[in-house]
Design a protein around this ligand. Sequence first.
Ligand code: ADP
Ligand code: ZN
Length: 728
Amino acid sequence: MDAFFDEGALIGVLTTQPLGGALDYRAPEGGCWQGAFVEVPLGPRKVWGVVWGPGKGDFDPSKVRSVARVLETAPMRAELRDFLEKAGEYTLTPLPAMLRLATRAPALGDAVATRRIYRRGAGRPDRETDARRRVLDVLDDMGGLALTQKELADAAGVTASVIKGLVKQGVVREEDAPRDTPYPRLDPDWGGKTLTEDQATGAEALRAGLRAGRYGTTLLKGVTGSGKTEVYLEAVAECLRQGRQALVLLPEIALTSEFLTRVEARFGARPAEWHHGVTQTERRRVWKMVAEGGAELVVGARSSLFLPFRDLGLVVVDEEHDTSYKQEDGVLYNARDMAVLRASLNDARVVLASATPSLESWANAEAGKYDRLTLTSRFGEAVLPDMRAIDMRGEDLPATRWISPTLAAAIRARLDRGEQSLLFLNRRGYAPVTLCRACGHQIGCDQCDARMVEHRFQRRLVCHQCGETKPMPEACPACAVEGKLAAVGPGVERMAEEARSAFPEARIAVLSSDLFGSARALKAEIEEIAAGAADIVIGTQLVAKGHNFPLLTLVGVIDADLGLQGSDLRAAERTFQLMRQVAGRAGRAEKRGVALLQTHQPDHPVIRAILAGDDEGFWRAEAEERRMAGVPPYGRMAGVILSSADVQQVFDLGGALARQDAPLRRIGAEVYGPAPAPVARVRGRHRVRLLVKAPKGVPLQRALAEWAGQFRLRGDLRMAIDIDPQSF
Ligand code: ADP
Ligand code: ZN
């Protein structure tokens, strides 16, 4: 229960300033509720914060200042405050940083101020300048939507005066922002489909869970196209009937208009959206309506977990195995795990949906912590593709070509029938390595330890770690011999070149994140391809995620062995998931698809499990390996990354951490390292990593905090602790 503080009472106010935790203040005139958003003096400034609880009294009472005023924003509910505290404890993140996650979107100070918005007016400016043209281009791109002045200025790279000049001429229109309005009501009984028996059983189990009104997690497993989405939308419907709010999390790239249209068809109106592409104005509306109950359903990316729901009853995590749920900078958290935590504090249900669940979720279901629902067959006529290996040891192919004769014949047959083929290669650019044939030098990044990747389309070498680019040199930087630099190995651009020469009449599309200026352009391209605008699609792992290509009947995996090398213990799981997902792109409509995997190791256990479609067998074998190694999900791991421009300094601190490991030894944990981090140098900073392995059920976070707390970070030394790292 939230407390009420009378005027003058000592209270703790949490701000987003990095000052550890809540600071003591006195409640303002009229008092305030716990959870209220308030403005407080901090030094010479005023900042906003949240009334977190009673004050600590650790400050000279005569110097404690008063809250300046209470903001109109709806108070932060106890469940969300609780969630931020627990998520902060789990990820070892200070509370101010957690609060920033939960309030990042709307400028709270602005919430009460009048805001002006800008949209395209009529005509052209009296005088055309580059700056003016950029403003109009941005507005034209928005298709009638309005932007705030800051958004417009930032997007066009101009100052406010340029915008004002255009407003004066009527070329840009200035208006008062509309008051935030609720989203249209969703009708749970609008467009439901007649479910198959399998699906109906699943939907009923999820509805029953919701009716129980207590926390619980269900792993919804089923091959791509089996109707998982249909089934979890029934759970959403039940949640809406109960008058509670629902959240559907998707990997950012799967947030397509196709998906939103589908939700609209089911409920008769569009849900609120929350992701990178949502404008500031709209974000403010979502944030407010979620808090007030004017948004019943949010479809969003991982950060929507931190929205201030009034009464969250259901969280769906679609494609729950997806690695993009892990936020890799700032606060290091996995949205899938945080969804479970948030739901448990809200008496809400969780549905984790995937064709290829993470081993963590699979193990939780095995252990009975999660309920399990399985959809076994694809809906309608669609059947799983026929999966076969192409043994590359027996294929006749020159070293600079990668489409085997067997795969080429299969593509040819699709072209003749007017069907689509997808060639999958998880490597952006033209070639991963640029080698000097005179001296053997490989061109690397000056800032990182990574090799530069040739991007022929941009005519540059690009570092995939730090984004550094440089022009392709004429001569080798090491031996200065000219004309000897050669591209080694394939990237998607090079595959496109090979496909063009092998199938000159085919329409070829390349789907790789770096070839598109914006997420919107990429989505548009995907939609065109789905409608049949290409014969051969060449793509990176972008294409593996949830897109529906009805004309696609062949998937060719160029190098199925790519993910199997390396020391990463998760490599097998990743390869298995990726290959299954990619193969699932074929034959979603009425046509049977085939997936051909080019491999040099057709007898590798992972390749064999993929070919046999033996999911359970794969998971059981993989689980056994992890159990033997004592790693997640059968043990706990944490990564500690130290970085500095000074290599000696990072190794010194790393060494000291490794030696002074008493706090860890007390809980039975072991430290490995320091070793160069998976990426050993980024933007000129050297990085070393220590890995901590602990048994389950011990207070790992507390021990880590004590261990790391023994050291002061001086100069430019940084330490980041990553609980449950993605690679180990
Ligand atoms: P998944 O989420 O498992 O990939 P979907 O829910 O997207 O599967 O279903 C695949 C396709 O089959 C979709 O186009 C969906 O509308 C359709 N579909 C699934 N179940 C039914 C059903 N019971 N009635 C009509 N169409 C269905
Ligand atoms: Zn680099």
